[in-house]
Design a protein around this ligand. Structure first.
Ligand code: 6R9
Length: 665
């Protein structure tokens, strides 16, 4: 592993692209006006944020967040030292900032618009109700012995209780560790153990796209190997018959009844952890990315305000799942910090039909919509007849998670937005906490396929991956790094600070390394080219090839495995696996299916390989490193560009693999 990283990104051909300005019709229907008046104002503020970050962020932190105790030191530490801290003496509480201050002002304001999987079965939760729900669950957690700094694992579908659970943790200073409810029992187990969670919150079942998901069953399976978990709180979502383990499992509705409707927030230091979120990296073991309170919340609030141009009275709909960073920052924290209504959607864009998103947007007069291109590709392909809706309140259409192709961008703009909403292609990562390269709605001109310009405080550098030198000027290509710390950057990898340093801060000393290739065009606009490490992006889900390989190797018949990402029309990238089996194993379709099942079981259905090639051996260097680059070339049909394969320990395997791939196609 790692033999080819960092890889040199492909240099894009220079081409003329259209520039789109914030549509006049968007400004016409605006309830007031965008927060910034012009691109020049952005440029002026941006300059301040880079030249005088402490003044810039200190002011914004006091404007956007409520501090129970003010801070003196805006920022300390450095990227090189890996010891960055923000708002050091400050004390605050995340749930107070997201709930109480809005509930005190107007308890009847809608906080959550819940759209259940079945249309018509949703409900709304006001800020006043949210404060009560969060308080009650906070008491329940306290009664179970959860204290400030303890980790709580959350394995919940997209229901309002997911938000209640996150906020209840932060209310008592506990650290939430959400595990996407599509992860398998094994993945959940690993995350519960690594995060040292003593309490798990789940549902009896989940419901998505008309299908039931046995969440509690998966939790039970996972917890067989988690002896330290003392309690499981189960929210009744479907009413299914499920076994409850005496002394460990409790029903949410029964527990909350016992406690008062107000629980005072526990103040935490700005640098106390707010949450862990596991993400895939270059190695097999997922990383528990840790975010702290003050800086993360500021990143969420500031990008909500300026990127999405959120105004009081807006109804914000992010289609991301709370199991990923997009759900954390833009379903939960950004809209609630700004006191607007957030749509929580339990279902899928294709159920009961391809108009589901658009129906939701119309029904709730959604003003900002935010989704991954993979969903847009699916809906575009389904046909424009499904987009009859007017959606006349839409002002901002966001894209996230993967590059958006120009034709999908244009479809989003013309067919969904009727040219009355601005597209914001937001580039960021679990580790950056909030958008880092992105247009500001109402302000930044956009080019389809470009994430455009850096957000405040982000000083991008294009670095030559070979020399490690920064490449100055425009019209350049390289890997993307950042030169200054920003408030919402991850502070560490849970229990593995050295890994954090080695992955992000030691690669190019003094810089934060993103792992993405990028270009800066003649006007200073950024174009994200994709990962240069062993991370693949399937339907906007971030997967590690090494993690999938590790899953395959667990199978009895597998000797070795190599996984690569290949371009896929629908999912962006797809997982293809090459498996060398142990001697004497019979090769047939059942075996291939079994390998796919192995990955589903070990990680989750979304990581399942699209194709499995059973091969006699893998192409390896003499020192035993698997040459995934050769496999990628073969899949791309570029056998004539394999380069020098004579250095392989057995060059003849290449021909055999080519034959097997051809046969399968
Ligand atoms: C938010 C999120 C991060 C990786 C990132 C990059 C890719 C995200 C993108 C984008 C092109 C965009 N990515 N946004 N690529 N354009 N607008 O997705 O976080 O799951 O951690 O993934 O996703 O490759 O490095 P995460």
């Amino acid at each position: 592993m790692g033999e080819e990283s960092p890889k040199t990104p492909v240099v894009a051909e220079a081409h003329e692209v259209d520039t789109f300005h914030p549509p006049q019709k968007m400004l016409d229907k605006h309830p007031s006006k965008p927060h910034l008046s012009s691109l020049e104002e952005y440029q002026k503020l941006y300059k301040q944020s880079i030249e005088n970050p402490k003044e810039f962020w200190g002011k914004l932190a006091r404007e956007l967040l409520y501090w129970h105790k003010d801070f003196d030191t805006v920022q300390s530490g450095s990227l090189a030292g890996g010891d960055v801290g923000w708002f050091l003496e400050g004390e605050l509480n995340a749930s107070y900032n997201c709930v109480d201050r809005h509930a005190f002002k107007d308890p009847n304001k809608v906080a959550i618009i819940y759209e259940a999987d079945e249309p018509g079965e949703g409900r709304q939760v006001t800020y006043g109700e949210l404060l009560r729900d969060v308080s009650k669950l906070a008491h329940v957690l306290k009664s179970m012995g959860v204290k400030k700094g303890d980790t709580v694992a959350i394995y919940l579908p997209m229901i309002p209780e997911a938000l209640v659970a996150l906020l209840a943790c932060s209310r008592i200073g506990a650290v939430h560790s959400v595990v996407f409810a599509g992860f398998s029992a094994d993945s959940l187990r690993d995350r519960v153990i690594d995060g040292n969670s003593k309490v798990v919150i789940t549902t009896d079942e989940g419901k998505r796209g008309g299908k039931l998901i046995g969440t509690k069953k998966i939790v039970d399976e996972a917890l067989k190997q988690c002896p330290d978990v003392t309690n499981v709180i189960v929210y009744k979502r479907t009413g299914a018959e499920i076994p409850m383990t005496e002394g460990r499992d409790v029903w949410w509705h029964e527990e909350v009844e016992k406690w008062p409707s107000y629980c005072p927030p526990t103040l935490v230091n700005s640098e106390d952890p707010l949450f862990l979120l596991y993400t895939s990296g270059s190695t097999g073991k997922p990383k528990g990315v840790m975010h702290t309170t003050g800086g993360y919340l500021l990143g969420a609030a500031a990008t909500g305000k300026y990127v999405f141009d959120i105004h009081d009275g807006d109804r914000y709909f992010c289609g991301g799942d709370v199991g990923w960073i997009t759900g954390h920052t833009y379903v939960v924290y950004a809209p609630l910090l700004l006191g607007v209504s957030t749509v929580v959607f339990e279902g899928t864009p294709a159920y009961p039909n391809f108009s589901r998103y658009w129906d939701i947007i119309d029904e709730h007069k959604v003003t900002q919509f935010y989704v991954a291109p993979t969903a847009l590709r699916l809906l575009k392909r389904a046909g424009n007849q499904h987009v009859k809706n007017e959606m006349k309140h839409l002002r901002v259409l966001g894209s996230v998670g993967e590059p958006i192709a120009a034709e999908v961008w244009k479809w989003y703009f013309e067919i969904v937005g009727k040219e009355e909403a601005q597209i914001v292609d937001t580039y960021w990562q679990t580790e950056t906490g909030s958008n880092v390269i992105t247009p500001l709605a109402g302000v930044t001109p956009t080019k389809p396929g470009s994430a455009s310009l850096p957000f405040f405080g982000i000083e991008p550098a294009i670095v030559d991956p070979v020399s490690g030198e920064e490449i100055h000027g425009n019209d350049v290509e390289g890997v993307l790094a950042f030169k200054q710390p920003w408030p919402s950057m991850a502070r560490t990898v849970w229990g593995a600070h050295k890994r954090y340093m080695d992955t992000y801060l030691n690669v190019y000393k003094g810089y934060y390394f993103t792992g993405d290739g990028a270009g800066r065009d003649h006007e200073g606009f950024y174009w994200i080219r994709g990962r240069v490490d062993d991370v693949v992006n399937v339907s906007g889900h971030r997967l590690s090839t090494a993690e999938i390989e590790a899953a395959l190797i667990e199978h009895n018949s597998v000797a070795e495995a190599a996984v690569v990402g290949v371009a896929d029309e629908l999912t962006g990238q797809a997982v293809n696996a090459f498996v060398a089996i142990k001697n004497g194993t019979e090769v047939n379709d059942a075996l291939r299916k079994d390998f796919i099942l192995q990955v589903r079981r070990s990680i989750g259905p979304f990581a399942a390989p699209k194709a499995v090639f059973v091969v006699p051996d893998l192409p390896k260097t003499r020192s035993g490193k698997i040459m995934r680059r050769i496999l990628r070339k073969i899949l791309a049909g570029e056998e004539d560009q394999l380069g020098d394969i004579s250095t392989l320990s057995d060059p003849s395997v290449v021909g055999k693999i080519i034959e097997i791939v051809h046969e399968a196609k």
